[in-house]
Write a protein that binds this ligand. Sequence first.
Ligand code: DGL
Length: 257
Amino acid sequence: MLVMDSGLGGLSVVRALRAAQPGLVLHYLADTAGFPYGSRDPAALTARAISLLRTVVMQGSPSTIVLACNTLSTLSLETLRQAFPYPFVGTVPAVKVAAAQSVTRRFTLLATPNTAQSSYSGALISEFAPDCVVDCYGAPNLASYAEQILLGKPVDRDALRAEIAPAFQDDARGKTDAVVLGCTHYPLILEQLQEVAPWPVAWIDSGDAIARRALTFAAQEEPAVGASIAYVTAAADQARYEDVFWREGFTKVRLLT
Ligand code: DGL
């Protein structure tokens, strides 16, 4: 199984996969040279993902490709499915779960600018939350803040507070009582988000659901043996990301060339 994201965000899905199936051998592609994906041109992003995935599948055919990136999934999933003969599992914002849970009937989709503006997200909202006020907020820097925190560099609390402030609304149209974590980076900094949130909300993440879906494909494959390998796409990141990947059970970090 291959998990792909622009950076470390997909580790939230890796953790869910490993919690459901300890010892699972999986490979990870972090397009660190392309990070962040949140505001990149969608067509360029799709072309880039096709080219990187072509290179990585040459190292060994995956049984399943998990796009552990909401941005790539909402923009490119269908094109990628057509380009490769492998099953793809995408990650999309858990709007349905939020609509089922929200008591105030007002919640926020907190995501990258690309995901927040995507027609895919709009369609999810029309289908699953027609009776809710849904604020779609594309946070310009939040994935980068998460990446920084995961690499051990602290982020200023006031900057983090200001970054998520628009996700909290309280006016005549209702008060936000749930926030959909529509980017895989965000669950990894949930503690920090809770600390700067202006009031408590339900934080909704799709990691466990994605892991369950991906494992239905894994169950059909031969048991994988060998090391879990992480690939990065920028030479400088091989050493920089080593500790994080080691902690997450990847024994080798390779540069994808
Ligand atoms: N982790 C990604 C997502 O789920 C992308 C973050 C980024 O590269 O901006 O959307």
